[in-house]
Ligand binder design. Structure first.
Ligand SMILES: [Mg+2]
Length: 222
């Protein structure tokens, strides 16, 4: 963990990384996606669930599948699915403190939208740490783990890869970061989707609790 003292770019995934997967924020978005598919493709709930799952697994995000197969307007989709109640997210003072203490740039890299990211970090009380949010629009709608958004991210913020760490809950999304020379940290999960691609080779740190990891890191490098 000592080697983390060279890190100057702290890149965070958003959903189920900056807040726990035990909150049901993501389920709410999932439900909205399902509603969107029912309304826009004119299908039953069961059919919508199937489509959502299939696109998520085969195209990286549900949105990507919808855009490819149905020419869905991405902005309309993002606006619709993120129109949820964020009350379930609570202020996280300790997380805010530990992020603040990290030396260098802090960046959010998400397959979601900027608006959603801003709402989440506002609710968590950590928004002052992040003036850099790289979202699915910045990614030209190519989701992680496609390599293109990682390259765009690095270019946009002049990131020095060997001075960076990427923290994520979906193991395979860490692979391109690793291949580019970043350190990688995986938020451990039992979810088969999050575990897929976990072979240990491209993951340097496995994290049970993000705040605790950052606290330990700050203590070691401080
Ligand atoms: Mg995530």
């Amino acid at each position: 963990m000592k080697e983390l003292n060279k890190i100057r770019y702290w890149i965070f995934d958003l959903d189920n990384t900056l807040y726990s997967a035990t909150t049901n924020v993501f389920e709410k978005i999932d439900k909205k996606m399902c509603d969107f598919i029912m309304e826009n493709l004119n299908v039953s709930k069961n059919e919508a669930l199937k489509i959502k799952k299939e696109y998520f697994h085969n195209h990286g995000t549900t949105l990507n599948g919808l855009m490819k197969k149905h020419e869905i307007d991405a902005h309309h989709f993002l606006e619709f699915v993120h129109d949820i109640d964020y009350d379930f997210l609570k202020e996280d003072l300790e997380l805010n403190l530990q992020i603040k203490r990290l030396p260098g740039e802090k960046i959010i890299f998400t397959n979601g939208s900027k608006k959603h990211a801003k709402r989440v970090i506002e609710r968590l009380g950590i928004k002052n740490n992040f003036d850099k949010i790289f979202d699915i629009v910045d990614s030209d709608f190519i989701p992680k783990p496609g390599v293109e958004p990682y390259q765009k991210l690095v270019k946009k913020y002049d990131i020095i890869c060997h001075k960076s760490i990427f923290i994520e809950d979906i193991a395979r999304n860490l692979k391109p970061a690793h291949n580019m020379g970043m350190r990688t940290a995986w938020i451990e999960s039992d979810d088969p989707y999050c575990k897929k691609g976990f072979d240990g080779n491209h993951i340097h740190y496995t994290i049970k609790n993000l705040t605790e990891f950052l606290k330990q890191t700050n203590e070691k490098i401080g």
